[in-house]
Design a protein around this ligand. Structure first.
Ligand SMILES: Cc1cc2nc3c(=O)[nH]c(=O)nc-3n(C[C@H](O)[C@H](O)[C@H](O)COP(=O)(O)OP(=O)(O)OC[C@H]3O[C@@H](n4cnc5c(N)ncnc54)[C@H](O)[C@@H]3O)c2cc1C
Ligand code: FES
Length: 264
């Protein structure tokens, strides 16, 4: 892993429907190194009590620029909405293992909830084979980036809990429908990013159907580089006497295969 520290410069920031913001940063050292599913750890300049870094998936890269798609949920992310062009922002990255390259022997199924679409964009762009994106949210406002994925040749299927867009229900209903009516002789390979409950439900289905599923796990983080153990996750480990072990989501993750994860 080639991890760099860089004072990135804010190029632009704009609100996106659904309460999200798209932040574009000039980061010529970090941006070209980013692989799909990796993240950056961002130190925010203000407020003074938000000194810890915050992890964000890299949504898009374009030469020296990278973009983050984020939702203000607390002190740090609310302060981010105030960032103006020209401001410097210290980045640590790229971090994490990222997604493996999709297998050409499978149909890639990208499963997303919330900012999960952001974490899957680079994978969709760089995948050697196109497949389908299954995206879910509470309402139509939570469904992000659909035109971007369609422009890249991916079929997008949508589920909203209130039925305001696409299927009324959960994204896992779309996955169940896929399993019940396979469109192709190739088996699916799943790549998922979203809330904890969604990932667990995806993992259960993958194991039941004997599908491979790569899950990008969401964990609160402090150091982001494997030192503080804030982000540990229990995994199955046949080599250990107890049959399980801890991994650090910031270092050995954030992407784990569904069969590895012990859900608690
Ligand atoms: C690998 C990784 C990639 C991520 N990518 C993105 C992204 O692309 N876009 C995006 O909007 N967010 C992303 N997140 C989540 C983001 O890091 C948190 O929303 C952010 O750290 C919250 O900071 P805050 O200071 O605003 O909130 P705080 O004041 O620290 O907390 C406010 C609320 O948010 C909750 N919270 C804090 N951290 C997380 C978290 N990791 N997941 C869920 N809830 C959390 C807290 O429990 C609390 O309820 C990612 C997280 C990880 C681990
Ligand atoms: S955040 Fe410190 S070990 Fe992962």
């Amino acid at each position: 892993m080639t991890m760099r520290l860089e004072d990135a410069r804010v190029v632009s920031q704009e609100p996106v429907p659904g309460g999200y913001y798209r932040l574009r940063l000039y980061a010529p050292t970090v941006s070209p190194q980013v692989r799909p599913g990796q993240f950056v750890h961002v130190r925010l300049p203000a407020p003074a009590d938000a000194l810890l870094r915050r992890p964000f998936s890299v949504y898009r890269t374009e030469g020296p620029d990278l973009e983050i798609l984020y939702k203000p949920v607390g002190r740090g992310t609310r302060a981010m909405t105030e960032l103006c062009p020209g401001v410097r922002l210290n980045l640590l990255g790229p971090l994490g293992n990222g997604f493996p390259r999709p297998s050409v022997d499978h149909i890639p199924l990208l499963v997303a909830g919330g900012y999960g679409m952001a974490a899957l964009y680079l994978l969709a762009r760089e995948s050697p084979v196109r497949g389908a994106v299954l995206v879910g949210g509470a309402t139509s406002h939570d469904i992000l980036c659909v035109p971007e994925f369609e422009r890249m040749g991916w079929e997008v299927r949508i589920a909203t809990e209130d039925g305001s867009l696409g299927h009324r229900g959960l994204v896992t209903d779309l996955l169940d429908a896929w399993g019940a009516a396979p469109q192709n002789s190739k088996p699916p390979e799943l790549f998922a990013c979203g809330p904890h409950g969604m990932l667990q439900a995806v993992a259960e289905r993958a194991i039941r159907n004997d599908w491979t599923a790569w899950l990008s796990m969401d964990r609160a983080m402090c150091c982001g580089v494997g030192a503080c153990l804030t982000c540990v996750q229990k995994i199955r480990d046949p080599a250990s006497p107890d049959g399980w072990a801890w991994v650090r989501i910031c270092r050995e993750g954030p992407v784990l295969e569904a069969r590895q994860v012990v859900w608690e």
